[in-house]
Ligand binder design. Sequence first.
Ligand code: NAD
Ligand code: TDX
Length: 339
Amino acid sequence: MGGTFEPENIVVTGGCGFIGSNFVHHVVREHPGVHVTVLDKLTYAGNPGNIAGLPSDRVELVVGDICDEGLVDRLVAGADAVVHYAAESHNDNSIADPSPFLETNVRGTYTLIEACRKHGVRYHHVSTDEVYGDLALDDPARFTEETPYRPSSPYSSTKAASDMLVRTWVRTFGLRATISNCSNNYGPYQHVEKFIPRQITNLIDGVRPKLYGDGRNVRDWIHTEDHSSAVWCILTKGRIGETYLIGADGERDNLAVLREILRAFGRPEDDFDWVRDRPGHDRRYAIDSAKLRRELGWEPARTDFAAGLAETIEWYRENEPWWRPAKEATEVRYRAQGQ
Ligand code: NAD
Ligand code: TDX
């Protein structure tokens, strides 16, 4: 495994988004010697409020684009490591307009790894299980690090392209990099366009939740806090050039998740609308995270989904000023798509 890497100055891209900001909170709480520079463009999905209140001597926000070569070069030159979360992240948006996905997810990654290569800086690439395509509902298999890439959406194909760039930069240029592919995250600070926050905030607004297709699509849910501890573990203990799958054995179909949310609101279990399916909708994701657990000793701590979901619902109830500004525009976009 080699020695443990102990970074003191890290750049976290996308640190004002959902998973990136949870990671920044995690690092500030769990790793007191580490300074974090967040590089974030503050797109519709980025909110500086996500990291507001963290100590200013530990966290600095730089508002900018990961495609800006000069800016990226300056920030990377002063860092020990880059942890790359920034992305266009929503499948439905990628179907409506793929262009920003190509720019941010592919060109943005290219810009970061070029700077890391030039300055000899350690790089961790945050990716998704969606690069592997999908599995049938009755298939006993789960994704492993050996599963062939077979992305379905513009979002997942640009993430797959970015993973390939990183692998190439490791092999050909000796980039000191690791890659992780994680399953579906849930928890606080997730944008209201995503499945769980959309349904929670609909119910708070007295609107019926919206389920795509036949509702039997399966996602492998992990609490975002477990994703953060896994990324830190891979950054500090992972083997250079390796890919690690992150998952917490949380397979559930969308209908089951929705029914759990409806129950929490005291609503009948059929009190929702069926809406138009997503084109190319992946059927099932499932992660085998044995390599990460066996080689690096990582274990998830937040595997009680019912408890995590109840906490998440409570967070949205208590933080309406955080999500309210994005809600109406998000629903206008969905209505235009028949969803
Ligand atoms: P998000 O959409 O909530 O946040 C993305 C962040 O990136 C935002 O703060 C946004 O402002 C920033 N950003 C976008 N384009 C940028 C650019 N060009 N330059 C600088 N900043 C930019 O996304 P998320 O759900 O938190 O996902 C974070 C990462 O984790 C992504 O790489 C995603 O592919 C990956 N991932 C997500 C999940 C999930 O369940 N959401 C699962 C596995 C992997
Ligand atoms: O209103 C909805 N109704 C519905 O049935 C929405 C928004 C979604 N869905 C379904 C589609 C999916 O089967 O719920 C499931 C989850 O949908 P999303 O929240 O859009 O997530 P998904 O497409 O699975 O992708 C997520 O996990 C992997 C993240 O958005 C990606 O960034 C990550 O890579």
